[in-house]
Design a protein around this ligand. Structure first.
Ligand code: SF4
Length: 254
């Protein structure tokens, strides 16, 4: 990135921080999730969480699903070849997900959109750029968290994936989780939270409230594409930011 582009990116990021009220970033040191050796480092420091507590503490939590014998790359390789459901027919590239193998946070969205389908990478379109800014505002690089979707291939016209498609694809996400064993799963939007916490009536009933899933803490929040569609709605961005502050407080053990 040249100097001019770099300045533009920094200015863009500062505008976003200002808009969501993340002004503490100018007072607290930036923190990292993982060291060069791949070990988890201390959780980020920052503001106190305002609201809900996770269901279990970090020390108590633990995934009660069997560990996978495969690596994330082995799972991704199978996803790229998968034709288990009708979504395979319309995809350009499958999008297995990407990120750090020891990520503390797993972000889970609904499914790939147009840009993701073309590039084979999750959250690279407009919504993805916003998610990247949110991750940066939390003090992380994208490469320090893991980002995945419920279904790994793009549904036509970006429709909500059908139940059979979700069921066919679910083993991949579940296996990724058993490999990652993240401390927190952040679900983005209704389809993602439905996967972990079925039968919720509306996002508003669970958004911002830690849920328990197989011993892991799940934080439901809005999908970034919802924020993009409601670009002028500062309140929505602040709600998501509140949720992310709760996640950060949990990682700090508060
Ligand atoms: S959506 Fe999932 S199950 Fe369906 S073809 Fe793609 S990878 Fe396979």
């Amino acid at each position: 990135m040249n100097k001019k582009n770099n300045r533009t990116a920094v200015a863009d990021r500062l505008r976003f921080f200002e808009e969501i009220g993340a002004d503490f970033l100018f007072k607290e040191p930036r923190v990292r999730t993982v060291s060069a050796g791949g070990k988890r480092s201390p959780a980020p420091s920052g503001p106190k969480a305002a609201a809900s507590k996770p269901v279990r503490s970090a020390a108590e939590s633990g995934l009660d699903l069997p560990r996978s014998g495969r690596t994330l790359e082995e799972i991704a390789a199978e996803v790229r070849k998968c034709r288990k459901c009708p979504l395979a027919a319309g995809r350009t590239l499958a999008v297995p997900g990407e990120g750090h193998p020891k990520a503390q946070i797993l972000f889970v969205g609904e499914g790939p959109g147009h840009d993701e389908d073309v590039q084979g990478r999750p959250f690279v379109g407009r919504a993805g750029q916003l998610l990247t800014k949110i991750i940066a505002a939390m003090g992380f690089e994208r490469s320090e968290v893991f980002i995945a979707n419920i279904v790994k291939c793009r549904p036509p016209e970006n429709r909500v994936p059908h139940r059979e498609e979700v069921e066919a694809c679910a083993p991949y996400l579940l296996e990724q989780i058993t490999v990652l064993r993240p401390r927190v799963i952040v679900t983005l939007g209704k389809t993602a939270v439905d996967f972990f916490i079925p039968n919720i009536k509306a996002m508003s009933s669970v958004r911002g409230i830690f849920q328990s899933w197989h011993g892991l803490s799940v934080m439901p929040t809005f999908h970034p594409s919802y924020l993009v569609r409601n670009e002028g709605n500062r309140e929505l961005k602040k709600m998501v930011w509140d949720d992310m502050q709760n996640v950060m407080a949990f990682l700090r053990g508060e």
